[in-house]
Design a protein around this ligand. Structure first.
Ligand code: FAD
Ligand code: SIN
Length: 518
């Protein structure tokens, strides 16, 4: 298959770029491959909203920039922060034009929420299902554009680069598309593209306990790493402080930070409200601080979780703002009106990823990255809440702007077909499952909120064993999605551990007990 633009992923990043470029150039083609149903993505589960300065009477770009820089703990790229924050209002306008709805208050202005690390109310939201609404609007718009083809249940296995063939007069790395696995037919084919965009989202599943859906296996980052793109800041995994605690079960429903913005308190089992002891902003300190404080409380008490207390809040307003959280808690026999919600931190977001410049360009020609898989410099050592959807919208626009200035080049290379000669169908699903469980246990136990050099070195040793076993399996087996995902998660885990060992200062979401410098 040949296309002008290949987009890997159908979350906010991939869809926004696709819609913009397809609308501007009806004669150019966009192919979106996405490994599950077309709407399945981290985007779909975003709750709190999008951080955007819309109320210029109370708020200002200056305040949003300052909050982002404070959360990032000195490691943000200040020019990037300024650019992203200032672009926010225009990108919001576009979303509105495409039909996304955001809640308004009685005066007809946006009903703004607040989250950790924000000095003002500035989170534009749609109830507590903002991501669902954005995904809905973007997919509706994409379906209206005949030059966009969405291929659901198509898994991108690897990028095609000069590694795959000899490209005579170029020493520089370039990307020519991707090898893609049709999960329904089992066929692997090549999509040749003038420009490829990785919009493949996050890595939450590398840790068993995560707020992310099962698609978040870091595929794009692993593909880019194997293709030798530059990957940075992988040590900055963000743990969300308040995932619903379930005694059994791995996947965790998120209790939005906006609930704390609405006035909820964190209490330990004894009922003590502990956050004021850790930070003067109490429950509204930035996410790294709240997660580390909960971790410390749990280590002191030996308990498995803490509680979020909403019982003192105005319940009618609460249910109006957070209907989904209210309903989900009831399904777990928790009535927020009277019961405290058991919560625990869970892996949530990756601040690092594939290094890109302001145009979303990676270190490989014709390869771009956008959204959670990218590392733009916006987040530094810790992302400010609700800056992620904003970042994806702004960078999708920048990548679109760059592409709209240039004619797509036609690529004249012969790309070899995927070669799976000599491979057998795996009968060893148990091996994949076993290694996945081991990987997740290792990341949880050795590479969690609080790290140490000893645990990180032990993690590398264990990971090497898993890596060898899985690479053997990969060489012998016909492709399956779960095998590729496991391989990708091992690559991502390796990057997180290695880059953790390289960091000698504790910053933002990175805390190592052996580091004395801050
Ligand atoms: P995603 O939305 O994750 O999309 C990735 C896409 O790539 C998916 O379609 C996936 O199927 C596809 N894909 C992945 N690998 C492959 C492959 N190998 N082949 C083909 N397709 C592939 N951020 C905020 O700013 N505000 C919030 O309120 C907020 N709340 C959140 C709540 C939850 C529970 C979670 C999990 C995250 C939240 N975030 C929030 C973070 C934010 O939702 C994500 O960072 C953002 O949506 C990422 O968008 P994306 O387009 O980069 O990736
Ligand atoms: C939340 O609603 O707490 C998630 C916000 C975010 O991840 O930005």
């Amino acid at each position: 298959m040949t296309t002008d633009y290949l987009v890997i992923g159908s979350g906010v990043a991939g869809l926004t770029f696709s819609v913009k470029i397809a609308e501007k150039f009806p004669d150019r083609t966009v192919v979106i491959v996405t490994k599950a149903n077309e709407d399945e993505s981290n985007t779909k589960y975003a709750q709190g909203g999008v951080a955007i300065v819309s109320n210029k009477e109370e708020d200002s770009f200056k305040k949003h920039i300052k909050d982002t820089l404070i959360a990032g703990d000195g490691l943000c790229d200040e020019d990037v922060v300024e650019m992203v924050v200032k672009e926010g209002p225009d990108r919001l306008e576009e979303l509105l034009l495409w039909g996304a709805n955001f809640d308004l208050n009685d005066t007809g202005k946006f009903d703004l929420g607040k989250e950790g690390g924000h000095s003002e109310y500035r989170i534009v939201h749609h109830k507590d299902i903002t991501g669902y609404e954005i995904e809905r609007a973007l997919l509706t718009k994409a379906h209206q554009l005949p030059n966009i083809s969405i291929l659901p249940h198509h898994f991108a296995i690897d990028l095609v680069t000069n590694h795959h063939f000899k490209y005579a007069d170029s020493e520089e790395l370039s990307c020519y598309g991707a090898y893609v696995f049709n999960q329904k037919s089992g066929r692997i084919f090549t999509i040749k593209a003038n420009s490829t965009l990785l919009a493949s989202g996050g890595i939450g599943c590398v840790y068993g306990h995560t707020t992310n859906p099962v698609i978040a296996t870091g595929d794009g980052i692993a593909m880019a790493y194997r293709a030798k793109a530059r990957i940075e800041d992988m040590e900055f995994v963000q743990f969300h402080p308040t995932a619903l605690y379930e005694a059994k079960g791995e996947s965790s429903f998120l209790i939005s930070e906006a609930v704390r913005g609405f006035g909820a308190y964190l209490r330990n089992k004894k009922g003590y409200r502990f956050m004021p002891d850790y930070d003067e902003r109490a429950e509204l300190a930035s996410r790294d601080i709240v997660s580390q404080s909960i971790d410390s409380e749990l280590k002191k008490s030996g308990e498995s979780h803490v509680y979020l207390d909403c019982t003192h809040l105005d319940m009618d307003s609460f249910i109006n703002h957070f209907p989904n959280i209210y309903k989900k808690c009831l399904e777990h026999h928790i009535d927020i009106k009277t019961d405290w919600i058991p919560v625990v931190p869970a892996s949530h977001y990756l601040c690092g990823g594939i290094k890109v410049n302001n145009n979303g360009a990676t270190t490989i020609n014709n390869l771009f990255a956008c959204g959670e898989c990218s590392r733009t410099g916006l987040h530094g050592a810790n992302r400010l809440a609700s800056n992620s959807l904003l970042e994806a919208l702004v960078y999708a626009h920048n990548i679109y702007k760059l592409h709209s200035k240039k004619e797509p080049e036609s690529i004249k290379v012969n790309i070899p077909d995927w070669n799976d000669e000599g491979t057998i169908i795996p009968e060893e699903h148990i091996l994949i499952k076993h290694n996945l469980k081991q990987l997740q246990a290792l990341m949880r136990d050795y590479v969690g909120i609080v790290r140490s050099n000893k645990r990180l070195k032990r993690a590398i040793k264990h990971l090497d064993l898993i890596y060898e076993e899985v690479e053997d399996l990969y060489r012998e087996s016909k492709i399956t999605t779960s095998l590729c995902e496991l391989r990708n998660m091992i690559n991502v885990a390796h990057l997180i551990i290695r880059q953790s060992l390289d960091r000698t200062e504790n910053k933002g979401g990175y805390f190592n007990i052996d580091n004395t410098k801050k």
